[in-house]
Design a protein around this ligand. Structure first.
Ligand SMILES: N[C@@H](CCC(=O)N[C@@H](CS)C(=O)NCC(=O)O)C(=O)O
Length: 211
């Protein structure tokens, strides 16, 4: 059976396990990273020299990089609904995956780490607010995109929604009131989030306490 190494609180792991459940792919998840450690042990480093999660083991094939893992699994299992075959539709989906990793995720990083992983006494409210605002600017692009379509790439959920969704959930639910940050209105994004919340895999893997 497919093995997915990585703690379930990692946004990058969440993408992989959310996808697996969306396409009905059985897997075994093994906790690693964060408080579980393991990622610096030689056995793990032999699989993933970055010491990061996720890593998958599919038979004798080992793969790291969450977006690549998602593309590999979707392609291997013919999941053309989430990973369309036509070149332009595929590129559209991949664009949102890349953007989530290079723009949205980094924009939100400081707010997430500052609020959730930093002791209260060491938190920097101004830096957290700046990060929340940066993420809001990025998510305004998503909100506009969703004005005339149910999902980022049209009528069906794709890998693009999964990649953006794990970060959007955090932005929508981080306790920004603690730093007096008020989110701008994002009605299309909220409607999209409600659609995602109707899906059991999203509820199971993403709609969890942010820790
Ligand atoms: N580009 C990598 C990033 C992987 C990454 O940075 N993962 C984080 C968790 S989201 C990690 O491993 N952090 C260290 C840890 O959990 O111990 C990917 O997309 O897979």
């Amino acid at each position: 059976m497919l093995k997915v190494w990585g703690r379930s609180t990692s946004s990058n792991v969440q993408k992989v396990v959310w996808l697996c459940d969306e396409i009905g792919l059985p897997f075994e998840r093994i906790d690693a990273g964060g408080k579980f450690g393991r990622v610096n042990e030689p056995e793990y480093r032999a699989m993933n020299p970055n010491g990061r999660v996720p890593t998958i083991v599919d038979g004798d094939f080992v793969l790291w990089e969450s977006n690549t893992i998602c593309r590999y699994l979707a392609a291997k299992h013919g999941a053309t609904s989430v990973y369309p075959a036509p070149l332009q539709a595929r590129a559209d989906t991949e664009r949102w995956m890349d953007w989530a990793s290079t723009t949205l995720g980094p924009a939100l990083h400081q707010a997430f780490w500052g609020l959730i992983r930093t002791p209260a006494a060491q938190q920097d409210p101004a830096a957290i607010r700046a990060s929340a605002e940066g993420a809001a600017a990025a998510l305004s692009i998503v909100d506009a995109r969703l004005a005339d379509r149910p999902f980022l790439c049209g009528d069906a959920l794709t890998l693009g929604d999964i990649a953006v969704g794990v970060h959007a959930y955090r932005w929508l639910h981080l306790p920004f009131d603690r730093v007096d940050y008020v989110r701008p209105a994002v009605p299309n994004l909220r409607r999209w989030h409600d659609q995602l919340a109707a899906r059991p895999p999203y509820r199971k893997w993403v709609m969890i306490e942010i820790v």
